[in-house]
Design a protein around this ligand. Structure first.
Ligand code: AMP
Length: 411
């Protein structure tokens, strides 16, 4: 089904690329370990179709991305894109020249001598203070060596930064890459016309982070399944004991109201009926399972229990569309990951369209070993939630709107 959001927006396939200077804004913001090795290459892999297409079509390619949140020049080593450039070189079997100096003549000069299908990469865009300020001068520096602008950085498209907004506003030829299109198509399917029953599974640390998305989804879903630390705030609102589990006291009322709203509208809202608990979040030795939804004093919930796993799996079987965001427990600790993996398995065993909304849930889906069984795992945590809750993504709107110079000036 064509995506409504993508109407009127050009794709990389709409431009002849041969010999053209193509600027590809990617999201290569990958986790690196102390040794500078990539620990999860999902985003690099997700960027490959667009890069390979540009190579096939003979563009002169400029790759650009941010990496982490560098605070200043002292952070250059830690946040350099060099490991990513090397890794991509290995994947593509092509040399990638890294341009270190921002706002220099280097890209222009290099591009003049570049043959079609060759690649250069700009250093971390956030090394330039203009990037996060959506600065037009910084964007102008890039525009001067760019014929065609393509945004394929879904995970960064909820940010009004220079390479995401100011730059496409300066460009006549601009559009989206394959990853962006796929992300938007899949999320539009969930957000605009989900096949029912539509079930959302929400977990993770905080209710407060997800209030807006919960409110929006509440109107659209048939069932809402809740796990993770978030669940204890909901249980507390029903006067169920939660021991020393993580609870957001100032959200208990909201959680209670939400439960009432769900009831009034005939929606199913599922909360854990048992838990895996410990005496301390770091203590795996004391791990045990509760009989009921109540957690004794001095204990904390770290995962959903086996009865909950079974109840959630049974509910998920009914689903035709399933959206999942947030782990069911402290899945980073293997002993506390069972509930999250069980839910991942249950989701992938349905015949539903299954979409995972970025961030920790994407890592959990990877860790479960079932990543290739989901219909789609978003590469953007914040971006997927903002898009789902109905916000327009600045990066999408910037390639849609008429170019500033083309806009009709009213007298
Ligand atoms: P979020 O970014 O909101 O999706 O939250 C993800 C984080 O929630 C992960 O780092 C989990 O370890 C954490 N989390 C999930 N369940 C619990 C829990 N029961 N207690 C503490 N933290 C949790």
């Amino acid at each position: 089904m064509p995506s409504k959001t993508l109407e009127g927006i050009k794709s990389i396939e709409n431009f002849p690329l041969e010999d053209k200077r193509l600027f590809l804004r990617l999201d290569l913001n990958v986790p690196l370990n102390e040794a500078g090795e990539i620990t999860d290459d999902t985003r690099v892999q997700a960027a490959l179709p667009t890069i390979r297409y540009a190579i096939d079509k003979g563009a002169k390619i400029v790759l650009a991305s941010h990496l982490g949140r560098p605070k200043g020049p002292q952070d250059r080593d830690k946040y350099s894109l060099e490991p990513v450039a090397k890794y991509l070189t290995g994947l593509l079997g092509k040399e990638i020249i890294l341009v270190e100096e921002s706002r220099s003549h280097a890209p222009k000069a290099l591009l003049a001598g570049l043959k079609p299908s060759q690649i250069i990469m700009l250093e971390n865009l956030r090394f330039d203070p203009g990037e996060e300020k959506n600065d037009r001068d910084f964007a102008q520096w890039i525009a001067e060596f760019t014929d065609i602008y393509i945004n394929d950085a879904f995970g960064a498209s909820h940010r009004a930064h220079a390479s995401i907004v100011a730059l496409p506003e300066l460009m006549e030829k601009r559009g989206l890459g394959f990853l962006m299109r796929k992300e938007i198509e899949m999320l539009d399917r969930v957000r605009l016309n989900p096949e029912h029953p539509f079930i959302t599974v929400l977990g993770g640390a905080k209710v407060s982070d997800k209030i807006e998305v919960i409110e929006v989804l509440m109107d659209r879903v048939d069932s809402l399944i809740i796990g993770g630390a978030m669940a204890y705030t909901f249980l507390a609102s029903q006067n169920i004991a939660v021991g020393k589990s993580l609870v957001e006291k100032d959200r208990i009322r909201f959680a209670g109201e939400l439960i009432d709203r769900a009831k009034a509208r005939g929606k199913r809202l599922l909360l854990p009926i048992d838990h895996r608990i410990t005496k301390d979040i770091k203590d795996t030795a004391s791990l045990k399972v509760t009989d009921t939804a109540a957690i004794p004093d001095g204990w904390m919930g770290v995962d959903i229990g086996p009865k909950t796993e079974a109840a959630y799996a049974a509910e998920l079987k009914r689903g035709k569309t399933i959206f999942w965001n947030g782990p069911m427990g402290v899945f980073e600790t293997p002993e506390f990951a069972q509930g999250t993996f069980a839910v991942a398995r249950a989701i992938t065993e349905t015949s539903a369209i299954t979409v995972v909304g970025g961030g920790d849930s994407a890592s959990a889906a990877q860790a479960s070993g079932l990543a290739d069984k989901f219909s789609h795992i978003s590469t953007g945590g914040g971006a997927s939630l903002e898009f789902l809750q109905g916000d327009k993504l600045p990066g999408v709107e910037a390639v849609r709107a008429p170019k500033r110079s083309e806009a009709v000036v009213e007298e």
